[in-house]
Design a protein. Structure first.
Length: 320
């Protein structure tokens, strides 16, 4: 009996539901989960047919340890941890799951915005430690939301914010004016968005050109007391500059779901700042989003096994 193709995943959330586990069995696939980037990963890669990538980097060295690898499939949408050039040179198609987690991340960003606007973190800490510190918050209906990165997630967030009577402006060099107009969102320059937003939510893709996209100079152009939310990638926001502006009162608060190194170094002073709401890169972690992402990954593997390639491939040059 032929051995079942091995699917190695470095994502803790891939195929965690009964439905996806049943799908793996039906499709005749063997799943191995290993989320640590360590020596054991190299041994597993030597037997891997399909790599479902989480946050650990997929680099040329990774690929060299996987002689039988047929494809790299991102369990999510951010491709910054995958060396696309190395995959293409090896002839390996790379797939992502566009749109699968857009609602989940947008809802998480909106939750962070509401938590900041009504001082929910401080209120919880006060009551749970015996206090009764009632801090006035803000109503968001009269506020302006600035979105940096107006792709699927930014568009979902913009639509939600408009239903709550917020004014929404966005910056994206590749943003669609037609979609923006349909949603009631105004596309602006980055400087305009920085200067007008009461809440700035980051949803841009991360690459070398955008490292530190929101640094000290950009924060200094924001409105005094504005709130900064990052549910994209940690490399986009300068954490030192953010801590400095929060401590001085220049900015009013922040919500962070992503960090340049994950888990982050808690020795950084920002992790003791009471004006910051932290979460463990869980913006995409809803049951529904994980089901959609996992289903797309398994659909792409099934297509490859039939000799087909879905439209979710991101490096068609690898196909020859």
């Amino acid at each position: 009996m032929p051995q079942a193709p091995m699917v190695l995943t470095t994502s803790p959330g891939f195929a965690g539901t009964e439905a996806l586990q049943a799908r793996l069995k039906r499709d005749g696939l063997s799943l191995v989960r290993h989320t640590a980037d360590d020596d054991a990963l190299a041994e597993l890669l030597s037997r891997t047919d399909y790599l479902v990538a989480g946050l650990p980097a997929v680099e040329a060295q990774t690929l060299s340890a996987a002689p039988n690898l047929k494809a790299v499939l991102k369990h999510g949408v951010g491709l910054d941890s995958i060396d696309l050039d190395a995959c293409t040179a090896r002839g390996l198609p790379v797939f992502s799951t566009p749109g699968a987690n857009a609602r989940a991340v947008a809802e998480m960003a909106l939750a962070g915005l509401l938590a900041l606007s009504r001082n929910l973190v401080a209120g919880h800490a006060s009551v749970s430690t015996g206090g009764w510190d009632r801090q006035p918050g803000r109503e968001i209906g009269s506020s302006t939301l600035g979105i940096v990165g107006f792709g699927r997630i930014g568009q979902k967030l913009g639509r939600m914010a408009r239903t709550l009577d917020m004014t929404v402006i966005a910056h994206d060099p590749w943003g669609s004016p037609l979609i923006a107009d349909t949603l009631g969102v105004s596309l602006r320059s980055l400087d305009e968005v920085l200067g007008k937003a009461d809440y700035l939510s980051i949803h841009a893709a991360a690459d070398a050109d955008r490292y530190g996209l929101i640094g000290g100079p950009q924060m200094d152009r924001m409105k005094p007391g504005a709130m900064l939310l990052n549910y994209a990638r940690g490399s986009l926001v300068d954490l030192d500059a953010l801590q400095d502006r929060l401590s001085s009162g220049r900015l009013g608060g922040a919500a962070l779901d992503v960090y340049e190194t994950e888990p982050p170094d808690r020795a950084h002073p920002i992790f003791r700042n009471p004006r910051v709401l932290f979460s463990p890169h869980s913006g995409a972690d809803t049951r529904e989003a994980l089901e959609r992402m996992g289903g797309m990954v398994l659909d792409d593997i099934a297509a490859l096994r039939r000799g087909e390639v879905t439209e979710r491939v991101v490096n068609r040059d690898a196909l020859g």
